[in-house]
Design a protein around this ligand. Structure first.
Ligand SMILES: Cc1cc2nc3c(=O)[nH]c(=O)nc-3n(C[C@H](O)[C@H](O)[C@H](O)COP(=O)(O)OP(=O)(O)OC[C@H]3O[C@@H](n4cnc5c(N)ncnc54)[C@H](O)[C@@H]3O)c2cc1C
Length: 470
């Protein structure tokens, strides 16, 4: 029998997008030997593109998930848009039966600050997460990163002395040792040829294959045991969440509504004005977190009715009003019916393909509607704007943005989470998960800043762990 080949490294990082690069960034100036396994090539190929096709059901179809999960060096960072905002305390504390985050907002804020330069912002950004929770509406802008961070240049990794990068290495699944406490091997494929390499007990593995990819690997059937390695909790693949998005209407508003944000004295370089309902009202009214952003409408001829409304309110309030479009980005509740499963068919890399269910629920939709209507009332009462609410758009056209989250969530107990507070899979001493699949709840905002923050935190944790253990 051939001797078993080993991946000889201190840390094996899987994937090369924002989550993985944030971990590696923390480990780059150490003596730790890092092996990076990337399933894609340096540029997109037809073979790699074929790997992300799934059976999609619900509100996201037509290769929506796959189209947001690029199998290439740098992953979806090569095509992301560059909007993000931090979570708030209210998102993380387990309000209304939602799972609670195992870390506090204060700890996360520290990592938001440290990862702010990756988002093109300064770590000195003041007071990212705290605000007057008793306010009805809070101006809470998105950062706009322009141009967006793109990990397209592999030299960033290949010039590091302690990093070895292997592209076209698709990880299929892990094997565990007899004690069931350590990952001791990795099945993977190169150009579709399936291979195996052993992993030493003290090698740490960081899986950053994307919000769907992490769960896909942990759901692959094991050869000699009933439970797939990594899914001892039975929760992998469950409570898939994304962010419902929809235009909610238009309105004539006072330009001061979209002027530089006052909340939290944020100093974003470039931002998109947006409003959320304050935390106390959200709790009282049983709302999910929803944000409504305002963008200056494209110049167009107004209908006679619109022109009359503008003229009437400009005269009544004695000020100029500008036409803006209102757009909701919102929270989706974690619901076990929204999930991924594997099917019998395998993709070209040897992984069982996915069946993905994701359907918006009544509370997801009603929270958009209520927030939009409350904002309209608020603007009118305060002589700040007069707006329409587009019922048909809200209830018939809500779609979303594939930000797959929640399907390997971290928590405080192995009874209700896949990973512990350090993102380590509870059952294994050397397997960590990295990315939005950890998020127990998603808030309303595009997730990448949070992914970078958690990735840096994990990199720091690994650095400390190796330093402690010598
Ligand atoms: C068009 C578009 C616009 C977006 N706009 C925004 C936005 O404005 N704001 C925002 O916050 N987010 C946005 N996103 C989402 C954002 O890009 C993702 O949240 C982010 O890239 C996730 O980073 P990640 O490292 O977790 O995973 P990914 O970027 O998905 O990377 C996964 C990595 O793992 C590799 N991989 C996958 N499976 C395997 C395997 N089995 N073996 C080995 N390697 C594997 C992939 O090749 C890739 O390198 C957008 C995404 C798209 C597609």
């Amino acid at each position: 029998m051939d001797p078993v080949k080993f991946f000889d490294a201190d840390v094996i990082v899987i994937g090369t997008s924002i989550a993985s690069q944030s971990v590696i960034g923390q480990l780059r100036n150490t003596n730790l030997r890092i092996l990076v396994l990337e399933g894609g090539d340096y540029e997109r190929t037809d073979f790699a593109d074929s790997l992300t096709f799934s059976d999609e059901r619900g509100h996201y179809v037509n290769h929506h998930w796959g189209g947001h999960w690029s199998r290439v060096y740098g992953g979806a960072s090569r095509i992301w848009n560059g909007f993000s905002a931090p979570l708030e305390k209210w998102d993380m504390v387990g309000i209304d039966g939602r799972p609670k985050w195992p870390i506090s907002i204060d700890e996360l804020e520290k990592w938001y600050r440290l990862s702010a330069p990756l988002m093109g912002e300064d770590p000195s950004i003041a007071n990212l997460v705290k605000y007057d929770t008793a306010k009805l509406f809070v101006d809470r802008p998105y950062i706009i990163m322009d141009p967006p961070l793109s990990y397209s240049d592999p030299k960033l990794l290949t010039k590091l002395k302690n990093v070895e990068l292997r592209v076209k290495h698709n990880v299929i699944k892990f094997t565990a040792d007899e004690s069931g406490a350590h990952i001791n091997g990795i099945w993977y494929s190169v150009d579709g040829k399936v291979q195996f390499a052993g992993v030493k007990k003290n090698t740490k593995i960081v899986l950053g294959a994307g919000g769907l990819g992490n769960a896909q690997v942990l759901l692959q059937p094991a050869e000699n045991r009933q439970v797939p390695v990594g899914n001892e909790s039975g929760l992998v693949g469950k409570t898939l969440m994304a962010h419902p998005h929809v235009p909610t209407g238009e309105g004539f508003v006072d330009p001061k509504v979209v002027a530089k944000p006052t909340w939290a004295q944020v100093k974003y370089r470039k931002w998109l004005p947006a409003y959320i309902v304050g935390a106390d009202y959200k709790t009282k009214l049983n709302l999910l977190n929803a944000s409504i952003s305002l963008t200056l409408a494209a110049v167009r001829e107004l209908s006679p009715n619109e022109a009359a409304v503008q003229e009437f309110y400009e005269k009544k309030w004695g000020k100029k009003l500008e036409l803006h479009t209102f757009y909701a980005r919102t929270e989706q509740l974690p619901n076990p019916d929204n999930r991924i499963e594997i099917v019998a068919e395998k993709n070209g890399a040897g992984l069982h393909k996915l069946k993905i269910y994701c359907v918006f629920g009544a509370r997801d939709m009603m929270s958009i509607d209520t927030t939009a209507r409350m904002l309209a009332d608020h603007l009118l009462k305060n002589k700040l704007g007069v707006t329409t609410i587009d019922n048909e758009s809200i209830f018939l056209n809500t779609w979303g943005w594939a930000h797959p989250s929640g399907i390997t969530r971290f928590g405080s107990s192995p009874k209700d989470s896949v990973c512990d507070s350090n993102a380590r899979v509870w059952a294994y001493q050397n397997l960590y998960i990295n990315g939005s699949s950890l998020f127990p709840t998603v808030g309303y905002a595009n997730p990448t800043w949070g992914i970078a923050a958690l990735g840096m935190r994990l990199g720091d944790h690994l650095k400390q762990t190796f330093a402690k253990n010598g």
